[in-house]
Design a protein around this ligand. Sequence first.
Ligand SMILES: [Zn+2]
Ligand SMILES: [Zn+2]
Length: 626
Amino acid sequence: MADEKDRKTLEERNQMSDLERLRHSCAHVLATAISRIWPDAQFAAGPPVEGGFYYDVDLEHRISPADFDQIEAEMKKVVKENAPFERMVVSRDEAMVMAKSGRLASVADREVESIFKVDLLNDIPEDEEISIYKNGDFWDLCAGPHVGRTGNCKAHKLMSVASAFYKGDKDRQSLQRIYGTCFKNRTLLDEHLECLEEAKKRDHRRLGKEMGLFTFDESVGQGLPLWKPRGGIIRRELQDFITEELDKQGYFQVFTPHIGKLDLYRTSGHFPYYEDSQFPPVVERDALKKLADEGTPCSELLNKISIGEIEGFLLKPMNCPHHIKIFDSEHRSYRDLPVRLAEFGTVYRWEQSGELGGLTRVRSFTQDDAHLFCTPDQVGDEIQGCLGLVKKVLGTLGITEYGVRLSLRDPDSDKYVGDPEDWDKAEAALREAIQTLGVEYTEELGEAAFYGPKIDFVVKDVIGRDWQLGTVQVDYNLPKRFDLSYIGSDNAPHRPVMIHRAPFGSLERFVGLLIEHFEGKFPTWLAPEQVRVLPISEKFTTEAKALVKALADVGARVAIDNTGDKIGAKIRLARMDRVPYLAVIGAKEVEEHSVSVRQRDQGDLGSIPMNDFISKISQDITTRSL
Ligand SMILES: [Zn+2]
Ligand SMILES: [Zn+2]
C-alpha cells in the first residue's frame, strides 16, 4: 500500500491477515465505484483498519450517508464483474507517467494528474519495487497484497464518512474519509453489524446522559468530567469497595495536593520531557509581573521555564512524586517495609481535543493509584497482592474474561536501569504471580520500560470488546532519582524498589466500562437507586412511606413514586430508570403485610413478606451480589 500515512514495510505487508487483505481489496472496490460515479475523485490513502477499511478522497461533492445506496449499488456491480486484482511491476518513471496523466486511482486517463498518488510515489524509497494493482479499468498505485478477485468482496457495507487531513497533518488538505467494512461472508458481516448495534445501545456517553451519571460543560472545559449525584454514587461505591480490600492488604490511604513544584517533576523526569501531554505550568504572579515589566516575550518565558530559570507549578500528571516524598519524610528501616501508600489521586493530562469523548479519554481523571516501597525480595509477594485485588474486584463485578500482558526486558539490550539479578528475580516473580490468576497471559520481550518490568490488564466486556485497564509497574529508577533509602538488617543504607499500581486505570474509564458492560443495569450494590416503592394509589402512601423508611434504615437507596399515575405507567418508568427492585403496595399487600416484588432482570417475583424483602435487599447490598 503506497497509500498509507506510515508506509508499511515489506515484512509487515506480508504479515497482513487474510481479513486485512480482503478489506484493503474492498477499499479498491469502493474507489472503483466512486471513480465511476465521480471521475474527478482524487484518492489518497485506503488502508484496512480495525473493524474495516477506509479510503480518503478529495471530491467537490460532499459525500453523505444519503449517497451510500448509490455507491454500494455500483460496488455491487464491481463485485459481480469479478475482475482479478492484477499486479504489475513498473519503473518509477512509468508510474510517474501514469500518475501525471491522472490514470492512478481512476478508471481512465484524466485532465488533471492523480495529485496524491504523485506525492505518494515520491515517498517510496529508491530501492523499493513499485507496483500497480488493476481490477478491470481501475488502476491504483499499491504495494498490495490483495485477494484474488473483486468477487471476494461480496459481504461489504459502507459505515460512515468523516473528515481527515491528508497524511494526518492538520496543515494539509482536509479530505473525506469513507469508512466501510467487509467480511468473508454475509453471516459474519451480519454478526458484526449486530455487535455494533449492541455497542451503540450500550454506549456509555448516551447512557451516562440518559441516566444522569455525568456531564461535560464547555465552560468548565473539554474533557473535564463532572460527576452528577447518581454517577457519584457508583464511583463512591467502587472506591469504598476497593478501599475495603486495600485495608485488608495493609495499605494506607494518603491525600496529596493537585499540584507540585516544577522542580519535583524535574527530579522525577516528568518535566520537561512529557511537556506536550501536560497542562502548561502555573507561574507565580511575582515572577510573571517581573518578566512582563522586562518585556520578556512568551517564547522566552517558555524557554526560561523549561531550563529552570523560573519556578512554577504543574498540575500533577502523576501521583508518584508526592507519594515518594511521603515515604521519604521519615527514616525507614527494613522492618517498616513494605510501605504501601494508596490514593484515589486525580491527575491531569493534555489530551488533544480531537481525542476526547465520554469517560474513556479525559483531561482530568482519578487513578486507583498506589505506590509500594519494598525490598527486592518482597517484589513477588507485593505483585501477588496486586493481582489478588484485581481478581477479587473483577470477580465481584462478574467480569471473568480478562487477559494479562507481561512486559519483559530485551536480554540483549543494556538500556535498563537496576541490577540485572534483581530484574531476573522480579520478572520471575511477576510471571509466577500471573500464573496463580489462572487467566490467559502473554509475554512481550523487550516491551518493558527501561526502569522495570510491568503487567497490563485487558478486560473483555459482555459483547467481546477489549478494554485496556491499568498496570502494575516495577520501578528501579525513581528510587534512584530521589535517592531513597532504608536501613537494612546489616545497618547499612539500601535502595528500596518501588511498585506503581493502578490496576483499574482510572475510575472514569472503569465506570465507562461498567456502564457498557451492564448496559446501565448495575447490580443492586452499585445501582444509584436500588428500590422504588410504588403505591397502587394514594390510599397506600402511609404504608409505602413506612417501607421506604425501613429500607433506608438498612442502608438501601430507595425512592417512592407518589404520582397519581396508573401502576402500569409507574412500572414502565422505573424500568426505564433501570431500578433493580420495584416494590408494589396495594390493599392486598397492606392486609398481608407483604410487597409485590418485580426484579429488573428476573421479572415478577410475586408477593413476599415485608421483612423478608427488607432483609433480602440488605443482603444483596452487603454481599455485593450480582
Ligand atoms: Zn491498495
Ligand atoms: Zn506511580
